[in-house]
Design a protein around this ligand. Sequence first.
Ligand code: CP
Length: 348
Amino acid sequence: MSLRHFLSTQDWSRAELDALLDQAAAFKRSRAGHQLAGKSIALLFFNPSMRTRTSFELGAFQLGGHAIVLAPGKDAWPIEFEAGAVMDGDTEEHIAEVARVLGRYVDLIAVRAFPKFQDWSVDREDRVIQAFARHATVPVINMETITHPCQELAHAMALREHLGELRGRKYVLTWTYHPRPLNTAVANSALLIATRMGMDVTLLCPTPEYRLDPRYMDAAEQNARANGGSLRVSHDIASAYRGAHVVYAKSWGALPYFGRWEQEKPIRDAHRHFIVDEGKMALTDHGLFSHCLPLRRNVKATDAVMDSPACIAIDEAENRLHVQKAVMVTLAYQGRDPGPGTRDPGRG
Ligand code: CP
């Protein structure tokens, strides 16, 4: 059997995603267990984190496993990813060795590696995690690169908890202002999972330049067709919000300006009014609001929205713990039963 990774939800069938969500719900009901007893995971962070690091480390611990956190270039050697590189620069070891050595120690490898924000044609290849997946002898988990599949599961889980069946619900992914151009990962992921769940999805963004990479727009359209939903792009705030059941906010930099961010800045600055506020939420159909966090209050969403009962961002953040347990256990055993005494308590 070939090695299974968790790099993108697109690699997993709808039935498999539903099974992960069911397993996560069981973990939410019963946090402690032994499903990862004797198992270990290396968490490699090329970028900062609060939720991802805490929830993975704690999730492994609560199931009897062990997590090792590494920051290559800081507390671990800087890694070379280019095949055939003459390594006379700053990198000290090659991914070919790093991935295989870690595979001799641990059962799972998880990686966070954001784009470099200089050339989208390079960043869209997702070279760091793809290299880990190519060289590793154990399953690799995406902790956010140019998509954020763990966030997708946590988001879907929170939406199901509050809305039940998601098919046919009106979902708005709204761009919001941020003083810096941010990664498109969560926006890509929001489109993928919302369309996968058969929702009627609107991508609300300031101008056509803020459309997401065609790879994700096309995948989202196919998902919508396959799951009974829809996808449209809007630049009109009022019509996008009207009747929505879910508003998900994220800021991202416009891809045509990748690496030329000083030229994008005036466009971004002109759209600060995309902030999620009470007036916009009043147009929705008692809509829920969420965000992956971290969130700059009163820049992306107002205090009133963040502190309202409609905001489920904290539920979504909590769910990271539960969905990642499901992913770790599923991958660690690759379809094999964890064995007596290690079964998920919520699944009998
Ligand atoms: N949402 C999320 O991934 O949070 P962190 O960046 O804090 O890990």
